[in-house]
Structure formats: C-alpha cells, structure tokens
Design a protein around this ligand. Structure first.
Ligand code: DC
Length: 234
C-alpha cells in the first residue's frame, strides 16, 4: 500500500506528540517531532551565545548543527541528538521553552529545518507534528489535522508532563509561556502557525489520548481506502 504523510499541527501542549507517536506506531511509520528540532537549535544557540541579530553567526551555527533521532529501547522512545549528544531531556526544560519561539522566528533557522524535514519525509510513511507541516513542509500531506485545546487544559497537561520529569513549575508560569509561544508562533512572518484550509480541526480539550488517536486513524483509513479505489479504477 502506498505510504502517506500525516501532518499534525497546532498549539503548544495539546497532545500532538503523544497522538503522533501512537499513530506512527500503529502504522509502522516514522514519527518526527519537529518541535524537538527547533528546541535543539535553541539549545545550541544558547550554549554558543549565537546572537539572533547576527546573520553570519546564525549561518555558521546552522552549518555546525546536526540533529538526529535515535530509538532508545530502554525508554521506548525516539530521542533527540544534537551533534551526536543525547539532548532529549535538556531540550524539554523551561529555559528552552522560554526561548524557542524567538529562535523559531528566524527565517534562516526555518529554512534549514524545513529542508531537513522534507528530506526526512521524502519517502513518505511519516507522521510529523509541528506548526507548519501542513502549510509549509508538506502542503501535499494526505492527512492534515489541526489540533487545539483550551489554554488551562494545556497548562495542566504540561505541568503533569514536567512533574513526571521531577520539574515542579507553577501553573501560571506555564500558562504564560504557552500563551506567549502561541502568539509568537501565530504572528511570525515566515510560515506562521495557522490551520491549512484543507486541515481537519481537532479540539482535544475534552478528549482522551485514545480518542485523539482514533480520530486521526479514522482519517488515515479513509485516505488509504480512497487511494486504493482510485488505483483500482486507473
Ligand atoms: O512542539 P513544541 O512545543 O516542542 O515546539 C517548540 C517550539 O518550536 C514552538 O513554540 C514553535 C517551534 N516550532 C515551529 O516553529 N515549527 C514547527 N514545525 C515546530 C515547532
């Protein structure tokens, strides 16, 4: 069966990555967390004091950055590597969340990440989550979902995720971070966060993860059936 691209875009912390991971596992597809790539770039820029107003520093830094994902059987998840170093835990910390949207606005950063993401999905068979997958990275994705949830629900879920990693963060701080990121992500000039015209809307405020996965899998099944019939008719 022909493999497809599944694009899951939407606001921060509305369950995109958990849903995307499960959908990828059910289909035997690769899962690509594009937010992790912007987070890894942010970590590198902070560590190397790259100035966001110096194009030469940005270009040099981007030439020195290699981001890869490797499966860790112990944690049973794909983990993010920056220049060969496992940075999975570091990039999820609040100080990265507080800077990542500013770094993601930089056009050179976006171009470099979009090119890498297109390369990763060139053979299709991928589930990608992010902000601009259905609009800029794979505008021809066969399944596009735009996910959202009310901000209080998202803040509570994010707080739980951090707590599991032994990071106790105040709910107001998390809510403020989410609102700030939503604003920067949606208003930036280059590939802003927006719902593609042909994306299905999924509000997860009152949904369980299983229900979210089921929603996406239903869309995937319809698309695969549609393709099967159009091939048979050709
Ligand atoms: O999905 P996340 O919260 O880990 O993403 C972190 C940030 O990365 C998000 O605030 C905006 C940016 N991002 C982006 O600009 N484009 C993407 N495709 C994915 C993430």
């Amino acid at each position: 069966m022909k493999k497809i691209v599944i694009a899951l875009d939407g606001h921060s912390s509305c369950g995109k990555s958990t849903t995307a991971k499960q959908v990828a596992a059910e289909l035997g597809y690769a899962y690509i967390d594009t937010g992790a790539m912007y987070r890894a770039v942010t970590l590198y820029f902070l560590d190397h004091h790259v100035s966001l107003t110096n194009p030469k520093e940005i270009k040099d830094a981007l030439n020195n950055i290699e981001i890869t994902f490797h499966y860790n059987p112990k944690t049973q998840r794909n983990e993010t590597y920056l220049n060969g170093l496992n940075v999975e835990d570091e990039i999820r910390k609040m100080y990265i969340s507080n800077q990542v949207s500013e770094v993601s606005v930089v056009p050179e950063v976006r171009r470099a990440m979009v090119a890498q993401q297109q390369k990763m999905g060139r053979r299709r068979g991928v589930v990608m989550d992010g902000r601009d997958i259905g609009t800029a990275v794979f505008p021809d994705a066969e399944v596009k979902i735009f996910m959202t949830a009310d901000v209080d629900t998202r803040a509570r879920r994010r707080q739980q995720e951090l707590l599991v990693k032994n990071q106790l963060v105040n709910l107001d701080e998390i809510r403020e971070n989410l609102q700030k990121r939503d604003h920067i992500d949606s208003t930036r000039a280059e590939s802003p966060l927006r719902r593609a015209e042909d994306a299905d809307l999924l509000d997860t405020s009152h949904m369980t993860i299983d229900e979210q996965v089921e929603f996406v899998m239903h869309k995937v099944a319809s698309k695969l059936l549609e393709q099967k019939y159009s091939v048979e008719q050709d």
